[in-house]
Design a protein around this ligand. Structure first.
Ligand SMILES: N[C@@H](CCC(=O)N[C@@H](CS)C(=O)NCC(=O)O)C(=O)O
Length: 319
């Protein structure tokens, strides 16, 4: 991670744990918002007006949080307004790196080799992890925001008529319910798999494991009652946030993160949900199972040999 702008030690997935050995995820540091008129959003400062060609997303295709933003960009038809660079899937000793691995890019915006250079270019004394996604302002040459939950929301409404306004991923009448569901799915499942995978004690692992499968069981029952999406016919950001975890489940979390009570493929409704979301135009192109497997299995703390499993055979058609 970066300490006062300097890369300090070899990359390691766990840099903070709670008293029980549970994995603690860092709070994102850049929290400005793009808005149609450049006024300030709910956090941060003003001056980030929606403009075609001004903003850039740095993402990793292995990363569920970054993938949320790629899906939001595709669904809101902002591909030509917001440019993207994809880092290499394998984590290097200095974290995310740009390069030639198939499906990855060089950094044509800042000419960086490592993502942490983007952080120090925005804040020369930055302390924290250099995470994806990063939403970068090419005009002010700084980071707008590095929190995917915020970025997904600003893609939904911050770009005004530059985006497809017929699609609303966070409709007024569902906001409270979406927030309430997100607040449960995130700790138990989205971050729950990481809590299982990066636990440093048996008790922390078992607690996370129980949460993951309790939530999958609950969501399977919910979709049986009111599918095809979490709020019926209306696709919302809650579906995107669920999808990015489910699509990685059998390829990475079931094996590497030891979330192996059941496979996702064993859940009928959740598997249909996955296919349904994959079939939405623009979504499939954000999924790269090779990056996902190669990326997760490159985490040496969990897989010292770096061997990437050949299986499992995945039932869905993927990019
Ligand atoms: N709160 C952030 C979390 C992002 C995050 O943890 N990204 C991971 C990849 S899945 C990362 O970049 N990790 C690099 C590191 O921790 O050094 C968000 O949702 O945007």
């Amino acid at each position: 991670m970066l300490v006062e702008g300097k890369w300090t030690a070899d990359w390691h997935p766990v840099q903070a744990t709670d008293a029980k050995g549970g994995f603690v995820r860092q709070i994102s540091g850049f929290r400005n918002w793009i808005t149609p008129d450049g006024s300030a959003g709910p956090t941060g400062e003003d001056g980030f007006k929606a403009e075609a060609g001004r903003y850039h997303l740095y993402v990793a295709l292995i990363c569920p949080w970054a993938s949320r933003t790629l899906i939001g960009r595709a669904l809101k038809k902002l591909e030509s307004a917001i440019t993207v660079s994809v880092v290499e899937p394998a984590l290097s000793d200095q974290g995310w790196r740009f390069g030639n691995y198939p499906g990855s890019d060089k950094d044509l915006i800042n000419g960086a080799t490592y993502l942490h250079e983007i952080y120090t270019s925005a804040d020369p004394v930055y302390t924290g992890r250099a995470t994806v996604p990063v939403l970068f302002d090419k005009h002010r040459r700084t980071i707008v925001n590095n929190e995917s939950a915020d970025i997904l929301r600003m893609l939904n409404t911050g770009f005004g008529s530059l985006a497809d306004e017929s699609i609303d991923l966070y409709p007024d009448h569902l906001r409270a319910d979406i927030d309430a569901l997100n607040d449960r799915i995130y700790p138990m499942l989205n971050n729950g798999v990481y809590r299982a995978g990066f636990a440093t004690t048996q008790v922390a692992y078992e607690e996370a494991f129980a949460d993951v499968f309790a939530m999958l069981d609950e969501l399977e029952a919910r979709l049986e009652g009111q599918g095809p999406f979490l709020f019926g016919e209306c696709l919302t950001e809650a579906d995107i946030r669920l999808f990015v975890t489910l699509i990685r489940f059998d390829a990475a979390y079931n094996g590497l993160f030891k979330c192996n009570l059941r496979r996702l493929a064993d859940y009928t409704r959740l598997s249909h949900f996955l296919d349904r979301v994959l079939d939405i135009p623009g979504v499939r192109g954000t999924v790269n199972i090779d990056h996902i497997k190669r990326g997760y299995y490159s985490i040496r703390a969990l897989n010292p040999t770096g061997i990437v499993p050949v299986g499992p055979q995945l039932p869905f058609r993927h990019a």
